[in-house]
Design a protein around this ligand. Structure first.
Ligand SMILES: C[S@@+](CC[C@H](N)C(=O)[O-])C[C@H]1O[C@@H](n2cnc3c(N)ncnc32)[C@H](O)[C@@H]1O
Length: 296
């Protein structure tokens, strides 16, 4: 999806671009290749390890800065840098393959590890998945399983997890896997991956943060600037679709747009989401890219 992202972001060589989820810098490397020395790339990620690696990867460029923060803090980052508006935002949501595959981060049911799941595993103030799974109340757990999975009987699953943890504290990824397996009486990857993903989304408050951040981007995007968002979860894609829709109204399926909720005008660059053609990577298979441009 890298080519599509770079083409649809329509990079201006002297532009300022924010990669809000820079990770290992795959997209940012391409953006920097298209910028000249007057252009700038600002990269944000919660994961300190990813930023360390990316700093080394991008070493031949000198027109970028990296920030270990949540992308929800991008307005403060811009303010500090004295930048009022940017030419493009990129969000590549969710988790990186490295984070899933890492044996220590606790994202995967395939590897036994401390049940962590924080994107920023050095943030001692943020509760980990272990803290959450052992304390979340039944209502909130049911909500998470209902909203973030398409499993049948989310309430039953939540009740059983709450019952289970009264007898045995869930401390590791394999503890959680064993708990789920005991409840559903099988070792179903489909169930495990969905419940693990749902817990991760709770731990990192992913849905609330993306909703809030998308609204903020509107005040910081130049006219002619673009927002590109890659999502992996149907809930995220629905939020993005509705967000873009609320900025644009179509007449007879053309790109005519009118004001709606916001005082800015946008046009959709992707009428339908662009799907990932690379099916070799399991996680990337569900990726969807949507892009919009501010036109007034
Ligand atoms: C799909 S990966 C991005 C991969 C990246 N585009 C690349 O080319 O390597 C998503 C990244 O977003 C980061 N992330 C998730 N939520 C975040 C947030 N609220 N603020 C900043 N980074 C976040 C994760 O740590 C992860 O590195």
């Amino acid at each position: 999806m890298k080519d599509e992202v770079i083409n649809l972001l329509d990079i201006k060589s002297k532009g300022i671009y924010m990669d809000c989820t820079i990770g290992f810098g795959g997209h940012s490397e391409n953006i920097l290749e298209r910028l000249d020395s007057d252009g700038k790339l600002i990269g944000i990620d919660l994961d300190p390890y990813a930023l360390e690696k990316t700093k080394k990867k991008l070493v031949k460029h000198d027109n970028f800065s990296l920030h270990n923060n949540s992308y929800s803090a991008f307005p403060q980052i811009l303010e500090k840098m004295g930048i009022e508006k940017v030419d493009g935002f990129l969000f590549d949501l969710g988790i990186s393959s490295h984070q899933v595959d890492s044996g220590q981060r606790g994202f995967s049911y395939r590897k036994n590890a401390h049940l962590d799941m924080r994107f920023n595993n050095k943030d001692n103030n943020q509760p980990s998945a272990k803290d959450i799974i052992n304390s979340i109340n039944l209502k909130n757990l049911t909500f998470a399983l209902k909203e973030y999975t398409n499993l049948k009987s989310p309430k039953y699953l939540a009740e059983k997890i709450v019952e289970y943890r009264k007898l045995k504290k869930i401390e590791t990824t394999f503890d959680l896997r064993n708990a789920i397996n005991e409840i559903i009486k099988s070792d179903s990857y489909k169930v495990l991956s969905q419940i693990f993903q749902a817990i991760r989304m709770v731990v990192n408050n992913e849905i609330e943060i993306i909703k809030k951040t998308l609204i903020s981007t509107l005040d910081y995007l130049k006219t002619g600037g673009r927002i590109a968002i890659i999502s992996f979860h149907s809930i995220e894609d629905r939020i993005i679709k509705h967000f873009f829709k609320s900025l644009t109204i179509y007449k007879n399926n053309t790109y005519d747009v009118e004001y709606q909720n916001f005082d800015k005008k946008f046009k959709l660059i992707t009428k339908k989401p662009i799907l990932n053609k690379d099916t070799s990577n399991n996680r990337a298979r569900s990726a969807k890219l949507r892009v919009a441009e501010r036109i007034l």
